[in-house]
Design a protein. Sequence first.
Length: 401
Amino acid sequence: MSASAYADYNPLDPAVRENPYPWYTYLRDEAPVKFIESLGAWAVSRHEDVRKLLLDHAQFSSDPLIRIAFGDFNPAPDARYLLSSDPPDHTRLRTLVNKAFSRRYILELRDEIAATAARLLSDLDGRDEYDFIAEFAAPLPVTVVGNILGVEPSMHAAFRRWSNNVTAGGNADALSEQQRAVIRSDANDFREYFLARINTVRKKPEDNLISALVHAEETGQKLSADEVLALSVLLLIAGNETTTNLLSNAMVTLAQFGDEEKLARSERSLIPALIDESLRFQSPVQLLFRRATANTEIAGQKLPQDAIVMPIFASANRDERAFSTPERVDIRRTDLRNQLAFGWGIHLCLGKALANLEGEVALNALFDRYARVEINTPQIEWCDAFYLRGPKNLPVRVHRA
Ligand code: HEM
């Protein structure tokens, strides 16, 4: 197909969701800042521009994000969310949550994550064919985040359902009245459950993140119950489907680039680089949004105040101006530090260390147990959410080591 066949980029088009990368190449080369009618937003596709935009939180506010993600189904409508706040609120919230979610605390979770991964795989011991997502890539992160937050294991399945339904609410136009009623009731359950937990740990502290958030204090300031609710909801949602997609996208990538898998299997210290490279190549969060706080410009394109701007992380991550041979997966590449799958600047993913650890532990567990994980479908169906990327399901056939 000629390059101009990709001139009409529309992320809502199923053909784009199937394989967005030729459209991204067109945008970077021909229209690096382009207005996208279907979303009413300006797509920003080059690495340099995406990075600058993410660093400039004064001119580009994060305030549209929660409305876009939840639509009318926000479980904590009265609270400021970390993800969609700007300084000084963002600074206050991030300082408090950083205290409770420190890198040291995350690294201590390695054994617990390894035990969860081993249990999930042991439960599959009699089976050579299964859905990698339903059996492994989805339950692993929900169990990990559920345990971190201090949610009873019996609630984890309900959690996953809630978080999937509440995020599907962001695409409200596509929903029937009945679906809307279910999502509204789920958002309400979410809210009631967390507020009750917050109340309990306020009276009697526990050894979990909800309790740490309730009791975290910075220069005399604490988080309100609504802010703890918003953070709990955000951690659950931000850490769930993204990490599921990290794991399943890594499987798809390895099936395509077998030599890189061989290399990582023979040199396990390369697994973190393999995770990073897979995140660059198939970024689970493809794009997000910002709002221009004043008349401004990006790469010479003038933008009016309140323009909605859409940094495409996944396009930046395939930009030949920032990465050599970006269409190739190369776990020894030296330019990986440029990858933007976790964002950049003040909103850099809070769960980066956790997601990387889950990925590393999961791949080690899979490599230990299986000599090969074969993708058992001729055609992968990609998820419907236009800003995320990951298979809807992933049938695999495993070959034991
Ligand atoms: C591979 C998995 C993940 C990917 C690709 C990912 C991606 C991202 C991206 C791109 C952002 C930046 C948003 C922006 O600039 O507007 C972000 C922020 C965030 N992520 Fe993640 N994430 C992942 C896993 C997690 C996990 C496991 C958690 C926690 C359990 C988490 C929690 C958050 C939070 C709380 C923010 C907001 C930070 C802020 O606004 O200061 N993420 N993530």
